[in-house]
Design a protein around this ligand. Sequence first.
Ligand SMILES: [Zn+2]
Length: 59
Amino acid sequence: MVRKECAVCYRASFSSSGTGEWDCPYCGEDLSSEPVLPIEVNPVFRQVLEREADRRELE
Ligand SMILES: [Zn+2]
């Protein structure tokens, strides 16, 4: 899991992978060239985020 912070709306978004296209889920800004940031979350929260990321990839 990695995180990027939007340069436009400053909200963090999460993905299972830092590669490829990455658009801000909140404002639609293209974050593909933004740096990938590490995340530190507790294991339960991490599972929730991973499930959300998986669901987005299936859409
Ligand atoms: Zn944004």
